[in-house]
Design a protein around this ligand. Structure first.
Ligand SMILES: [Zn+2]
Length: 381
């Protein structure tokens, strides 16, 4: 999110606050303060209690996000950040869970923490001998945590219940993308339901709902729309393999070429490539040669020396099998820093290079305007 303020770290996770959060903190303080003012005396006390309740509500939201984070970390999935914003909290995970059940655990962990807090606050409120003001705050917190759990369990993305539904469909169909798509569609429906309900309430047609419901509806609709789009892109990627995205006329040269032939045929008049893959007689990868390395050899020797004498070994982790699905390729680009991958078929023959841009080109062929960044870099929960 734009303009996030870094507050610090929580259990090693970077913790941010979005400026929009201050608005909801102020509204919360005012709203709770007004309630307290009806039952408590004093000019300042109700507002201090309103602020305290709001802050404790956000501490509860934070605990909820830490629940998701703990489940992710236990699966070896890193948490990039936790952010508080106007509609609650967001934990950004580095990647998806490996299995539907693990995905379910990450999704349910947040609401479970909220339910646990509801139980703890309920028991504390009814058993501990507390001053009235404190017991009111505790009973409000119990209710808020219950609402937090129930609201988040609505089975449409981007809510936790949507992630639970996604995991269930993934389990049933064996296809994580189907889960993502259907849970997004349900999320869009709930978005429209919230917008309609809120609008009817604003015009006094029905009793429950407010402008706030409308805003939450738009938030749900927008995020569910994005994840539906991402599901479609991923589905498309899954139908292609690395071979399909190989750059035509990739820079490949034979190790037996003399440096003179290499310069004449490949380097002169070619501004596109500065580095070439080198293959043996069978077309297998044996190394790479950079044009700048030519400087190390006197021009007079170019007719005697071959490409093989100047080539350098190619790292194993920059190679990828031709039959790999493009979805896997995209995930690899997200996780490591390689900008190019060398595509190799099952016989070890080099097919060419693959870059992020070649995937974008491939996807945009049949359908123009395919958004390049519609696949989220991380998984919000
Ligand atoms: Zn959650």
């Amino acid at each position: 999110m734009e303009g996030n303020i870094r507050v610090g770290t929580l259990f090693g996770i970077p913790f941010y606050i979005n400026p929009s959060w201050f608005l909801i903190l102020a509204l919360g303080t005012f709203w709770f303060g007004e309630q307290f003012a009806q039952v408590l005396n004093g000019n300042l006390l109700p507002w201090i209690m309103g602020l305290t309740t709001s802050l404790l509500l956000f501490a509860s939201v934070l605990a909820h996000e830490l629940g998701h984070s703990a489940a992710a970390l236990s699966q070896g999935i890193g948490v990039r950040s936790i952010t508080l914003f106007i509609f609650g909290g967001l934990a950004m995970l580095e990647k998806e869970s490996e299995t539907p059940f693990q995905s379910f655990l990450v999704a349910i962990a947040g609401p479970l923490v909220s339910i646990l807090l509801f139980v703890v606050f309920s028991i504390a409120g009814s058993t501990l001998p507390l001053p009235t003001s404190l017991s009111i705050i505790i009973s409000i917190l119990a209710t808020l945590n219950l609402i937090l759990a129930v609201f988040n369990l609505i089975p449409g993305l981007p809510l936790d219940g949507g992630n639970v539904l996604k995991a269930a469909i993934w389990k049933l169909t064996g296809n994580p993308n189907k889960g993502l798509l259907y849970a997004s569609r349900v999320g869009q429906i709930f978005g429209w339901v919230a917008i309609t309900t809120g609008a009817l309430a604003v015009f006094d047609v029905i009793e429950y709902g407010s402008l706030w419901t409308v805003l939450i509806g738009f938030f749900l609709l927008q995020n569910a729309g994005m994840s539906a789009q991402s599901a479609q892109v991923q589905d498309k990627l899954d139908h292609y393999t690395a071979k399909d995205a190989v750059i035509p006329d990739s820079p490949i040269v034979s190790q037996d070429l003399t440096l003179r032939e290499f310069v004449n045929d490949y380097v002169i008049g070619n501004n596109k490539w500065r580095k070439f893959l080198v293959t043996n007689a069978d077309g297998q990868l044996v190394g790479a040669i950079a044009t700048e390395d030519l400087k190390a050899v006197a021009t007079s020797e170019w007719t005697e020396k071959t490409v093989q004498t100047l080539m350098k070994p190619v790292e194993e982790d920059t190679q990828i099998e031709a039959s790999q699905s493009l979805l896997e390729v995209v995930k690899r680009f997200e996780q490591d820093t390689n900008k190019q991958l060398t595509v190799i078929d099952q016989n070890g023959v080099v097919l060419g290079l693959l870059e992020k841009s070649s995937i974008v080109n491939l996807l945009s062929q049949p359908q123009e305007n395919q958004s390049q960044d519609s696949k989220p870099e991380a998984t919000p929960v």
